[in-house]
Design a protein around this ligand. Structure first.
Ligand SMILES: NC(=O)c1ccc[n+]([C@@H]2O[C@H](COP(=O)([O-])OP(=O)(O)OC[C@H]3O[C@@H](n4cnc5c(N)ncnc54)[C@H](OP(=O)(O)O)[C@@H]3O)[C@@H](O)[C@H]2O)c1
Length: 287
């Protein structure tokens, strides 16, 4: 059905995701943008088509804070496409007040970790069946904001801090990527999985809830542009240098050092088991 590469990216209507999608579209791949706001996604699609001269750009609308919505959008994707060469989990956020998703997860972990975990789970069959496929998870240097995953209070019911919540969710991105890369290698699955820090990038990130971020983005000159912020995502998605490299954490298009907590194999296993049990998934990838 599709001869060109098929790439799916979440959170592509603004910021790093938009510029990553534009970079991918310029390679003439077939591109699927997933976002929660139909009008914003359609406007992004229109601009990407105009700038890349690639009309093979589609939108699927889904709220990535909802397991049911992720399951539904993945099924819709699989009805239309017979391959998935690159999956880029990018949608993320930070929230000033503690909130919960419809599934009962603390919202930051719900969107930033469970959004990635569930998207990968429901697309696992098509992704791993596609030769030379890649998974790219946008993490953050903010994983260093926390010492460890707070397994005693994963949903931060006892004590909530927005940056601790964000740091924990980004630590989860790295632990999840490494665990999955390892599992795939052990099971002879050739799909590679890597994650990255995009840099400190002037986007819409945090601007709804935090006036200080709005102020900094407007007045301080040293942030990366969204285009510069997309460079490492594009490198991991497209570069031939990455072909057989898996389980890495990248910054500025180079393999980088993450915190000690992000290399803790026991934490990887615990997060994996907790994620499966909290989502009711008995076997990752089997839908
Ligand atoms: N900016 C930085 O300095 C920085 C640094 C390190 C890591 N990161 C990471 O980079 C990634 C992209 O962030 P960004 O900086 O580009 O921020 P952004 O401009 O706010 O983009 C975030 C994207 O995620 C989407 N999104 C948010 N909640 C969603 C939901 N429930 N369902 C579907 N889509 C949702 C947003 O859509 P809406 O427009 O509908 O909200 C938007 O498209 C995030 O994972 C972030 O943690 C950013």
């Amino acid at each position: 059905m599709f001869n060109s590469k098929v790439v799916l990216i979440t959170g592509a209507n603004s910021g790093i995701g938009y510029e990553t999608a534009l970079g991918i579209a310029k390679t003439k791949a077939t591109l699927v943008l997933v976002g929660r706001n139909a009008a914003k996604c359609e406007e992004a699609r229109r601009q990407i088509v105009e700038q890349s001269h690639n009309d093979q750009v589609k939108v699927i609308v889904a709220d990535l804070e909802s397991q049911a919505a992720i399951k539904q959008f993945a099924a819709e994707f699989k009805r239309h496409y017979n391959r998935l060469d690159i999956l880029i989990n990018n949608a993320g956020g930070v929230f000033k007040e503690r909130q919960t998703t419809a599934d009962g997860f603390e919202r930051t972990l719900g969107l930033n970790h469970f959004g990635y975990f569930l998207t990968t789970h429901y697309l696992h069959d098509i992704l791993t069946a596609t030769p030379e496929s890649r998974l790219v998870n946008v993490a953050s240097a903010a994983h260093r904001f926390v010492r460890n995953m707070n397994f005693d209070d994963l949903m931060l019911e006892k004590k909530y801090g927005e940056w601790a919540a964000y740091g924990q969710s980004k630590l989860a991105n790295i632990l999840f990527t490494r665990h999955l890369a390892d599992l795939w290698q052990k099971n002879g699955i050739k799909t590679i999985a890597n994650c990255l820090h995009p840099g400190t990038v002037r986007t819409n990130f945090g601007t709804h809830d935090f006036w200080i971020i709005r102020l900094a983005f407007h007045h301080l000159p040293f942030f990366k542009s969204a285009k510069q912020g997309a460079a490492t995502s594009l490198h991991l998605a497209l570069s031939p240098d990455i072909e057989r490299k898996t389980g890495g954490y990248y910054d500025n298009c180079r393999l980088s050092k993450s915190s000690r907590a992000a290399s803790d194999t026991a934490a990887m296993q615990s997060l994996w088991e907790r994620s499966l049990s909290l989502t009711g998934i008995s076997e990752f990838g089997r839908v």
